[in-house]
Design a binder for this molecule. Sequence first.
Ligand code: 3BW
Ligand code: ZN
Length: 275
Amino acid sequence: MRQRTIKDTLRIDGIGIHTGERSEILLHPAEENTGIVFYRNRTLIQAVPENVVGTFLSTDLGSGSEVVKTVEHLLATLHLLGVTNMVVEVVGGCEIPIMDGSAYVFYKEMKDLVVEQDEEVDPVSPEETFRVRSGEAWIEVSPCDCLEITYEGVFKGYMGEQRFTFRGNAKDVVLARTFCFDEDIEFIRSRGLGKGGSLDNTLVIGRNGVYNREGLRYEDEPARHKVLDLIGDLYLLGAPFKGRVVSHRGGHTLNYMAVREIYKRSKSGLRSLRS
Ligand code: 3BW
Ligand code: ZN
């Protein structure tokens, strides 16, 4: 497939779900073989596995003393749109804005700006089937001339078991919001996280229903959002992924374990990004 960027700089601002701070991101077009690069306080942070500095309730990148938190929903949008070259300048707070908790704003603002470039990119694809696991959670990665991502969740309360499979249609996942359970908020806040979290950007699930007045966007919204997160985390490979992934109760930490394993085993991708 051809490499892609966007044709104009796009500015988006909002608050970070974890820091609660306002930030503005400037999405800049970039030349071939740039990859996805975050830029903050004169520091460049390439979106590659080596730069992952955190996976607890978000995926965070860092280099030197600079950190950019919560990159997963923006990366998912870029992955879905096949945008391979971009500089994401982060001004103000150190976190990507959460917007409505989904990838919708990023997707809507960017989709008509995407342009193809002259050079090709080789997708990253696994050569054989393997699993990574942590406790009862696992992720299975297998070769396929497709992009197929399944999430199997066993959620608390009435959300119960959910399974959703993405087969290439971005519209199935871009609107799914991040979520949490009411009983977990105290713990999350005690860890200094979720300071910007609210009903405006998070589906908050209680014992018998959701707190959000507008309700669910899909009955399986949490499973769809988990797929969105996985699409974003997989883009840390530095090139579009081609293959089949099934995540059973995974999260950012397990996603990252799968990414490192795919990366280690793969021979393709944006070779120029590797030293
Ligand atoms: C809660 C949970 C997460 C909040 C604090 C108070 C309120 C609302 C939110 C984010 C992976 C899916 C969910 N990552 C912030 C974050 C938060 C995500 C983690 C998850 O989407 O599983 O991309 O803060 S968990 Cl009222
Ligand atoms: Zn998410």
